[in-house]
Design a protein around this ligand. Structure first.
Ligand SMILES: [Cu+2]
Length: 119
């Protein structure tokens, strides 16, 4: 009976890993903090962008589309009233500066806002 439970636990653990355990340490830059068993899908970060140039409520869809087009962007929320975009992204694929550049390329203006101390 005990053995059955152990097998089940091992299966669940492997199921959480999106990258094979063998390849993880090589591509992982944070082995000291996360260890090999942590799933790297959970490493997403959130950043807030202050937006300028939005003239109507539908401008936010243009900003949102520009951000979503980037590889590594997982979630985008644009708040027209607050002139703010909240972006969940994979820091291994895209940088906050690239997010800003993508918005600026559409004709709007974005600036990084520190969201770390708002948590
Ligand atoms: Cu508009």
């Amino acid at each position: 009976m005990k053995k059955v439970w152990q097998i089940a636990a091992t299966t669940i653990l492997l199921g959480d890993l999106t990258i094979a355990p063998m390849t993880l340490p090589a591509s992982c830059g944070c082995s000291t903090t996360c260890g090999v068993t942590s799933a790297h899908a959970a490493e997403s970060q959130t950043v807030d962008l202050a937006l300028e140039g939005l003239t109507c409520a539908s401008c936010k869809f243009a900003v949102k589309a520009a951000l979503k087009r980037l590889d590594g962007v997982e979630q985008v929320d644009v708040n027209y009233e607050e002139r703010k975009a909240t972006v969940v992204y994979d820091p291994e694929k895209v940088t906050p500066q690239q997010l800003v550049d993508a918005v600026n390329a559409t004709g709007f203006h974005a600036e990084l806002r520190s969201s770390a101390d708002e948590k």
